[in-house]
Design a protein around this ligand. Structure first.
Ligand code: FES
Length: 120
């Protein structure tokens, strides 16, 4: 495994993200409430640049006729056809079998690193 540092933590404030090129891969690094997550900038449906998609939340499990919004800023919606993925895991919201690659991150001395070889 190798850690690739992609910038200072202040460059990616909470609620924002940055797309970087690391080891020949395009990867989006997201700051969700002070924690960093990294996903492949590639949609498994037809290859869209996933990280150009809106960051949003979703409806949570609830009763019939009850709509509860939650997980704000934890979901990315593909810009081409709207498939939605959990930024924390790379998993789609509609199937456990559909996902984009995700990577572990770490912060060392104020620098955000992506751990290549740690694909989750
Ligand atoms: S390319 Fe992402 S949903 Fe179609």
């Amino acid at each position: 495994m190798a850690v690739h540092y992609v910038g200072d933590t202040e460059e990616i404030p909470a609620g924002t993200h940055k797309v970087v090129e690391v080891a020949g891969r395009s990867i989006g690094v997201y700051n969700i409430k002070g924690e960093f997550y990294a996903i492949h900038n590639y949609c498994p449906h037809q290859g869209a640049p996933m990280c150009k998609g809106d960051v949003c939340g979703t409806t949570l499990e609830s009763g019939v006729y009850e709509f509860i919004y939650g997980r704000d800023k934890e979901i990315v919606r593909c810009p081409w056809h709207g498939w939605e993925f959990d930024i924390k895991t790379g998993k789609s919201l509609f199937s456990d079998k559909t996902r984009t690659r995700s990577y572990k991150t770490r912060v060392d001395e104020g620098k955000v690193g992506i751990v290549i070889g740690s694909e989750i």
